[in-house]
Design a protein around this ligand. Sequence first.
Ligand code: G4P
Length: 525
Amino acid sequence: MGKNFKEEVLSRRTFAIISHPDAGKTTLTEKLLLFGGAIRDAGTVKAKKTGKFATSDWMEIEKQRGISVTSSVMQFDYDGFRVNILDTPGHQDFSEDTYRTLMAVDSAVMIIDSAKGIEEQTLKLFKVCRMRGIPIFTFINKLDRQGKSPLELLAELEEVLGIESYPMNWPIGMGKEFLGIYDRFNKRVEQFRVSDEDRFIPISNEGEIPDGHPLTSSGLYEQTLDEILLLNEAGNEFSVEKVAAGSLTPVFFGSALTNFGVQTFLESYLKFAPAPIARNSSIGEIDPLGDQFSGFVFKIQANMNPAHRDRIAFVRICSGKFERGMTVNVPRLAKQIKLSQSTSFMAEERNTVDEAVSGDIIGLYDTGTYQIGDTLTTGKDNFQFEKLPQFTPELYVRVSAKNVMKQKSFYKGIQQLVQEGAIQLYKTIKTDDYLLGAVGQLQFEVFEHRMRNEYNSEVLMERMGSKIARWIEGDTIDENLSSSRSLLVKDRYGHYVFLFENDFALRWFQEKNPNVKLYNPMDQH
Ligand code: G4P
């Protein structure tokens, strides 16, 4: 490493892209990796996504789904920065890991399809970012297609998400009539599909491009100027502090597919996105520039190789420097562990990592040692990082052992997988049935697979569909309030939870039982 430790840490930018499937996350990621020289050809990330790449030793589900650990974390260098992009899988691959990944980043990039606006999954992920107050940068994509008007999209950001926005640039037309973007920040107009030498036109102090330029005769350009005037007068002011606090999002318009506006986005993002931030722990904030190594496990990906029971524990480094072969404390286990097998993540291959610093993600081969949320440290103080939040499951199944003679392995497997953080466990009140809760279907599939492969236990899972879970304040409740539409269960800590069939059942219950105070832990942060 040419830089000293402090410079290394300050050059890190670690973020996740949050979006609804199809908004363009893969396309944008690929363009960013191309800029960073981490991949040579467009199509590399895409091919992995559709499973065209050799994935010979991945776990079966991963093969079928084309999920691969190489695309879980992607790293590239650009303009003196080292960028770590953490993947947040969507669709049927959505899981608690998707949420937990957001615990390991310092900022997020939100991609919005200009025709669709804010969609369901974006909203869910946004709320988790908001809960942590992490800075969010918005890329409004697919400007080469006809979409909603830019003003309408901004209004949606403010109304649906409740976040202030500051457009860094503004489109001139869209769809077939997309002419380019007016870059408020860099004071230039960038023309769409115009050769490199004519691509940028400087904007004068008065906010105009030179008279006589062909664009000035376009009604669309005139309209953009009017809208910019409106933004200057009535829009939000740019504030670095608000961006850092996650209460104002810089907004960029562009088209990932045609690679338009991506470089400008990347450069501005790198400028304003935070370097690794301090993390809360049982002994106060841990400074990323501190020289004691520390980190926490935010994700465990199981059975990379079906021949072994190994998994990879993903660790976010929060301070100090990781060196292969170092020995760390894991306070939960009151044990020292030598970190000899570790991997870093580049776009095209897994490399053994010898050194990494705050902000980086390392993968540790794990044979069942780690749990999600574990702290690793070399410090004398046995501190623990703040607990990762529990995310409220939305999908539930009733689970039992297929073979009643094998109850022991069934209970052992469930206990360990629940402890590890792979899935959430609930029990019904009178019958003590086991229910599992997850935020995405994939978690059930991984659970079933791991029970079979790691604990030799075939399970029966009866779908209960989606439920709205609400915890109750206090420890006492009339258990007779439980019904099929508002099922009362206990979580693994013994706290009461109602599983409501739908929104209607929830509201009905609240009207009938105003004394029962219900809450969603995800709204409490
Ligand atoms: P995702 O990872 O968020 O799910 O989205 P992805 O990048 O896979 O993009 C979803 C679809 O949207 C793809 O088309 C992709 O080519 C298209 N797309 C992404 N960015 C843009 C853009 O700026 N403009 C336009 N017009 N389209 C864009 P597809 O037909 O589903 O896939 P493919 O056959 O092109 O791979």
